[in-house]
Design a protein around this ligand. Sequence first.
Ligand SMILES: *Cc1c(COP(=O)(O)O)cnc(C)c1O
Length: 425
Amino acid sequence: MKFENSLEFARKLDSEDKIAKYRNEFIFPKVDGKEVIYFVGNSLGLQPKTARDYVDEIMQDWANLGVEGHFYSEKPWWDYHERFAEKLAKIVGANPSEVTVMNTLTVNLHLLMISFYRPSGKRFKIICEEKAFPSDQYMIASQVRVHGFDPSEAIIEIKKRDGENIFRTGDVLKKISEVGEECALVLIGGVNYYSGQVFDMEKITSAGHEVGAMVGWDLAHAAGNVELKLSEWNVDFAAWCSYKYMNSGPGNASGCFINRKYHNKKDLPRLEGWWGHNKERRFLMEPEFLPEPNANAWQISNAPVLALAPYLASLEMFDEVGMPALIEKRNKIVTYLEFILQDIDKQIDSTFEVITPSKQEERGTQLSVFLHGKGREVFNYLMKNGVYIDWREPNVIRLAPAPFYCSYEDIYNFGQIMKKAILNS
Ligand SMILES: *Cc1c(COP(=O)(O)O)cnc(C)c1O
């Protein structure tokens, strides 16, 4: 399709957008009384208008029923988390038995590493990407130390080549085969938070298995953003937060995937608690742990239903729209954003460098742009003028026009403000 950098053209794209009406289902922050252009759905998704009702419902049930709400509210609290599995499974490409929701992301990765990082003999190394999201770096280093290893020996980072912005799949596969039988675990962010690069999760997962390692994915930037087929790819485990593309609210609960080949496996260690106990017998308070026959066996504490409520509201919308429609719009709106950036770059002879891969299958909603020359001033100008984006050192802005609620008109307007930002700062 031939794009144009004009308001009329952007509006035409909006009029053809099959999921345009969902924009109205979200609440936008305002700057100077005007709704912002919100490109930070990769950091904190917007609030769905239905979220408040879901929370109010629990507050009401708590007021009216007290403890009886566990069993007698309209959506009983004792199995509230079970409402998520089917909807989440569709989003991540899993069987519902393989998916659950609990805790928060880094906590879940720690818990999953208890089960899936089992160093023994010379097999003790973990392969991850260089400059992973800091929480993942701290988590992996601390896990390695808990097992008595030195992070500088046990952690093998995959590196980008000098002067390149993205990882080459071939380099990842090569590193895995080099580490070979010393590799206990491959644990990478499915979508790199800095560049927006989508890793070839299928190929990397099978390369890890070929050398006898476990393979897990941190899907913080992938869930609700890119197509996932965790079951089909035979991924061992994965976890994601829900407050980014999944619009569940600040600090909200994380989803987990645990491949069904590990359910009911008695020799797999796990940290346990009563919410993972067989649900029919949970309240018999028996001394011996009898695990749920699915991913829920990894549950520990009773579910934080007040937090889960807005997540459920959001998932209902995902279920209605479906990932294919979101991905279809995502591809188009991101390509339009890329076109607008290039067009402005030409008009004012600026020097943007999009460091996100240009191939559709290697990127999701996010474009990361390296601003050669003016950086921080441009960012400040954009924020002050109602464009919410984010800044990453040394000179990168990340733009993520979430297809659920961003419009093509947003992209056009962003371009106009961006042009002024470069000229005026
Ligand atoms: C956002 C993000 C996190 C955040 O972790 P929390 O435990 O939810 O605070 C972790 N890892 C990656 C890759 C992220 O993008």
